[in-house]
Design a binder for this molecule. Structure first.
Ligand code: ARG
Length: 435
């Protein structure tokens, strides 16, 4: 007899089983801890409304704690023939406790069970991402402070434009990450609502106490409407995907800059030899493969919202099995993002920055605006000053004063890194990292 929870006395075809279960036995392992946590809250609530006796609760709770310990030890497996984590936990309970184990599923469905697992899992996953972002952020702020006086060219249209600095460059990515944190926080808030009690997606005739499970699981509030709760399968994942894609876009952009600054035509930054890669034919090469792989991975991650949108586009209301496939897409993606954030932090710890880049005469024209502004401060109207310097450039007798004196908020001489750090601290507080 098959081990499906829904077994009604006939054997499902093996091929059908393999095809529909797909990668779930592997992917669901990440949900196992949360599945047990959800079951514990559910049965406490069932006991409170009289659907379980207190004698039953006291045998079920330690049995579930035992399963949780098995999971924590890394010994939990989803056996062949068992469809998913929800089935495995229930089968283990029944094998151990007999009929009492069969009682825990009153008033719920695997549909709200997987939903609650995913929300608990994603809350933690989003925090894990936030911690990795914050680590890289601190590195960037530290480097920005350290290299605040190291000037570099700023470009527009990829033509040398105006003086910039490594203080500005590192700090720019730091602040940009604080904006991505807003999306991470939004995803967290969407995930932080309790779907338990929506059952198959339309509620239950049992008087379930949803406020109680909300409190037990530490959710901000219930996802009230049971249909909306079911609709949040997909919606939550898409919100997470948008946040991951935003972070990937920022990180990928930074990786591209590093590739360019490492190019010998620019030569702005270097890494120790053991962090670069070589060529099988050209003996001199020190390649930026790390940042190329990072750029590529981050570009791929930006397809995440589209992948999930296409997977879930125009699904009929209510549960549909297609939803299962979101796990295949989302779970590896958040690992990949974290891996790249950590790699960026590791690499930047060893970055070597060139000083005096702007002394090279090829950057002379970068100072034209400084010189126009100096004339303006001496009383020359802006348009006349612009023309005067422009004519010097035309004639070929422009000679830069090389003075850079930017003092306003957010500029080379006044990076406002402490204010940017406050933005990040505030974001981390809103992610409830310490809870
Ligand atoms: N593996 C399933 C999923 O991820 C669990 C829910 C199954 N529900 C069902 N009605 N077949 O969606």
């Amino acid at each position: 007899m098959g081990k499906q929870l829904w077994n009604k006395g006939f054997e499902p075809d093996q091929m059908i089983e393999r095809y529909t279960v797909g990668a779930d036995r592997e992917l669901d392992l990440r949900l196992a801890r949360y599945d047990v946590q959800g079951s514990i809250a559910h049965i406490r609530m069932l006991e409170s409304i009289g659907l379980l006796k207190s004698e039953e609760l006291v045998v079920l709770l330690p049995a579930l704690e035992d399963i949780a310990a098995t999971i924590d030890r890394g010994e939990f497996v989803i056996e062949d023939g068992v469809e998913d984590v929800h089935s495995q936990v229930e089968l283990m309970l029944t094998a151990r406790l007999g009929d009492v184990g069969k009682k825990i599923h009153s008033g719920r469905s695997r549909n709200d069970q997987v939903l609650v697992d995913l929300k608990l899992f994603l809350r933690d996953e989003l925090k894990r991402i936030a911690v990795a972002v914050e680590r890289l952020f601190s590195r960037l702020i530290e480097l920005s402070d350290k290299y605040k006086d190291y000037l570099m060219p700023g470009y527009t249209h990829l033509q040398v434009a105006m003086p910039s600095s490594f203080g500005l460059w590192f700090g720019a990515y730091a602040e940009s990450f604080t904006d991505d944190m807003e999306l991470l926080i939004a995803a967290y808030n969407i995930a932080n609502q309790n779907p338990l009690g929506s059952a198959a997606g339309y509620g239950s005739s049992f008087p379930l106490n949803r406020e109680m499970t909300t409190e037990l699981l530490g959710f901000e509030r219930p996802h009230y409407n049971v249909v909306a709760a079911q609709m949040s399968r997909g919606k939550t994942e898409r919100a997470v995907a948008v946040a991951i894609a935003a972070l990937a876009s920022t990180l990928g952009h930074m990786a591209m800059d590093v590739c360019m600054w490492m190019c010998s035509n620019f030569g702005f930054v270097r890494f120790p030899d053991n962090l670069t890669t070589g060529s099988s034919i050209m003996p001199h090469k020190k390649n930026p493969d790390v940042f190329e792989i990072m750029r590529g991975k981050c570009n791929r991650l930006q397809s995440l919202p589209n992948e999930l949108a296409l997977l879930t586009a125009n699904l009929p209301l209510g549960y549909n099995r297609d939803l299962q496939l979101m796990k295949d897409i989302l779970f590896p993606a958040s690992d990949q993002l974290i891996e790249s954030l950590e790699m960026a932090d590791f690499m930047l710890e060893h970055i070597e920055v060139n000083d005096h880049i702007l002394n090279d005469p090829k950057y002379d024209y970068i100072f034209t605006v400084e010189d126009v502004n100096r004339l303006v401060l001496e009383g020359v109207p802006f348009r006349d000053a612009y023309r005067q310097v422009g004519e010097q450039v035309q004639r070929g007798d422009y000679s830069p004063s090389r003075n850079v004196n930017h003092t306003h908020l957010g500029s080379i001489g006044n990076l406002a890194n402490d204010r940017i750090a406050e933005k990040m601290q505030n974001a981390m507080r809103r992610m409830k990292i310490d809870e």
